[in-house]
Design a protein around this ligand. Structure first.
Ligand code: UDP
Ligand code: MG
Length: 334
């Protein structure tokens, strides 16, 4: 995905009132992590950029997250937040963060310090070299349970095979996006958002930066298996129509088999007469076909469901409260 020699671009700041760098952080019940995160970010950012902001997206937290953010904002107005009316999920939270970030470049990162702020200078260096999409590539997933790791691996293999967009290996949400890429992403209206696929889909000059995933600082991961499975299917169905074709193809293959079987029974009956009423084969074939039909219907249903979700055109998210945005002009709400 990466070009060999990008031309360094002259990046004149868009306007003095916009920060050079925005940090977008989706947060869901992360009250314990935020202060440390901000501290470490500040230490890194001071030397790296002329101006910055941190945009938290409080994704329906039920702990003290929002009040901690309010305190952080009172201490430092460069820290602001939008707070959802309920939990909308990390993907949507990232979309909202991108909607509210004003920077010439935007870094997306987790709140739990698994994404080390110390990697951001490397992102910035690549950005200044002329890359528009600098993604962190995790080196190893040793921190995760073996089962989860294997599922992830299987998913990426399936996606690489069937998906219509190429995903760089080990790339996640931890990345820096140039304003151009951010605006491109914001123009994608879909509701089922599989960010990893969308980042790759918008393209632009991209490069990976390897980083070591840290241990989660406080609390535990919010992604359980069920959520991960539905996430995986969202990803596949948003970027591939292969599951739909499976129905067509298996239908065709079964029809051929059925025709051959019919010929076989016909000939046998003509030549030898019937010695055995064919109940077993009947039952087996009925069950087989019902199974295939249900499978195909289900598959189509999944897509229809997704179409339904899209055509309703509900807003992507609802904001319950803004912290630190009143004084600023949000001149590009969705
Ligand atoms: N998160 C979110 N909404 C959710 C679940 C998670 O905004 O519904 C945030 C969470 O606060 C964290 C990031 O997404 O900043 C990654 O979550 P987590 O660490 O639980 O996921 P993992 O590291 O296991 O992928
Ligand atoms: Mg985490």
């Amino acid at each position: 995905m990466s070009d060999s020699a990008p031309q360094p671009t002259q990046r004149a700041p868009r306007a003095a009132r916009w920060p050079e760098l925005s940090i977008v952080v989706p947060v869901h019940n992360e009250a314990d992590n935020l202060r440390l995160l901000v501290e470490r970010l500040k230490a890194v950012l001071a030397a790296e950029v002329s101006s910055w902001e941190i945009v938290f997206v409080d994704d329906g937290s039920r702990d003290d997250t929002l009040s901690v953010i309010r305190e952080l904002n009172a201490d430092d107005p460069r820290i602001s937040a939008v707070s959802f009316s309920r939990n909308f999920g990390k993907e949507i939270a990232i979309a909202a963060g991108l909607d509210h970030a004003m920077g010439d470049a935007v870094v997306i990162m987790d709140a739990d310090l698994q994404h080390p702020p110390e990697v951001i200078p490397v992102f910035l260096a690549k950005w200044r070299e002329g890359y528009f999409n600098v993604y962190g590539q995790r080196t190893g997933r040793e921190d995760e349970a073996r089962l989860k790791r294997n599922f992830a691996k299987a998913f990426y293999r399936i996606f690489a095979y069937f998906g219509e967009t190429e995903l760089p290996e080990g790339a996640g949400d931890f990345r820096l996006l140039d304003r151009k890429a951010v605006d491109a992403l914001r123009a994608l209206p879909e509701r089922a958002r599989f960010s990893k696929g969308l980042y790759a889909w918008v393209g632009f000059r991209s490069i990976g930066v390897p980083f070591q995933v840290a241990e989660r600082e406080h609390g535990q991961s919010k992604f359980r298996y069920r959520k991960l499975f539905s996430f995986a299917f969202d990803g596949l169905s948003s970027f591939s129509t292969v599951p739909l074709k499976v129905a067509t193809w298996s239908g065709a293959v079964i029809a051929v088999i059925a025709a051959l079987t019919a010929v076989y029974f016909l000939l046998r009956t003509l030549l030898f007469g019937t010695d055995l009423p064919g109940f077993p084969s009947l039952i087996v074939s009925i069950m087989f076909f019902s199974g295939i039909q249900l499978l195909s219907l289900g598959m189509i249903g999944e897509y229809v469901g997704r179409i339904f979700a899209e055509v309703k055109r509900r807003p992507l998210y609802l904001i319950g409260e803004r912290v630190g945005f009143d004084a600023r002009t949000v001149d590009h709400p969705r």
